[in-house]
Design a protein around this ligand. Structure first.
Ligand code: PDD
Length: 278
């Protein structure tokens, strides 16, 4: 495997940034994950737009021009022989003596890796289980930073309980999002419900594309928060992300959603989404 680090392609096991990189010390870094299906990048431009927004929010400069980054993403995928998988790229503010305030002269660090995954199937399989956990993350999770410890703790708890994802719940008992995915339900009225964009969730690119796919399928999408109780009473639940696409959720905290099997809406959205993007 090969990684790109600040202008060089290096063997993955030798890929390094300095111990005083602010990404390491402060999570002063942003990142993106783009899915690769049959050699195609899924929603590349929206992911780059979101990177631009994250960088602007933190006042980090682009490490290289957008066009150059696109070439590096392609080259990293090519050198790793990834036909199906994902490309990960991260920009930190750079290396500077440790100080909370921004350093004056600093060059952002850029790291790109790519990894193969098994080819994706339109068939969702049996679906997945989620648990619910309090949302303990910071108040600007709309910025896609590498400060992911809140989510990591939730995901680990899910794993330990045999679940695939943790849905994070705010102080009002409303679901914000998964640790690395957006959360959706389908009500008994057949409406798709997902939380509106705000500082409390990441504006998922898959979420955005699935909204369009749903509209094409004449499905009603309502953007409003929903509670765990409402999710348990829902006909279906599912999650969206660059790495899970549309994945049906069949259990929440050990209780079945609907009949405990992937629902028709999630199945159709998954199939249509994959058709639309690849
Ligand atoms: N995570 N919410 C959070 C907190 C996320 O970390 C992610 C993505 C999403 C879904 O966004 P998108 O559809 O753009 O992938 C929502 C990536 C996959 C990750 O960290 O690996």
């Amino acid at each position: 495997r090969v990684a790109y680090v600040n202008g060089r392609y290096v063997p993955h096991r030798e890929a390094r940034v300095h111990v005083e990189d602010r990404g390491y010390q402060f999570a002063d870094a942003v990142y993106e994950v783009i899915g690769v299906v049959n050699g195609r990048f899924l929603d590349e431009e929206p992911h780059l737009d979101r990177l631009d927004r994250s960088l602007k929010e933190l006042r980090i400069a682009w490490p290289i021009a957008r066009g150059a980054l696109k070439l590096v993403l392609r080259e990293t995928v090519r050198r790793n022989r990834v036909r199906n998988g994902l490309v990960y790229f991260q920009v930190s503010r750079g290396v500077a003596r440790r100080d909370f305030g921004f350093p004056k002269r600093v060059r952002p660090s850029l790291v790109v890796t790519a990894r193969a995954t098994p080819p994706v199937s339109a068939d969702p399989g049996p679906g997945v289980a989620v648990i619910t956990v309090p949302d303990i993350r910071w108040k600007r999770v709309d910025i896609k930073t590498t400060g992911l410890l809140g989510g990591a703790l939730g995901k680990q708890k899910a794993r330990e309980q045999g679940a695939y994802e943790a849905w994070q719940v705010d102080n009002d008992g409303l679901v914000t999002e998964g640790t690395s995915s957006n959360a959706w339900i389908v009500t008994s009225a057949g409406e798709l419900v997902t939380r509106p964009i705000g500082h409390e969730i990441l504006a998922g690119i898959t979420r955005q594309t699935v909204k369009k796919v749903a509209a094409d399928l004449q499905l009603a999408v309502v953007e409003r928060p929903f509670s765990v109780a409402e999710a348990l009473a829902a006909r279906e639940a599912f999650m969206t992300s660059a790495t899970s696409f549309v994945t049906p959720i069949v259990r929440i905290d050990g209780k079945p959603v609907g009949d405990g099997r992937p629902g028709d809406v999630a199945r159709r959205l998954r199939a249509e989404y994959l058709r639309a993007v690849s």
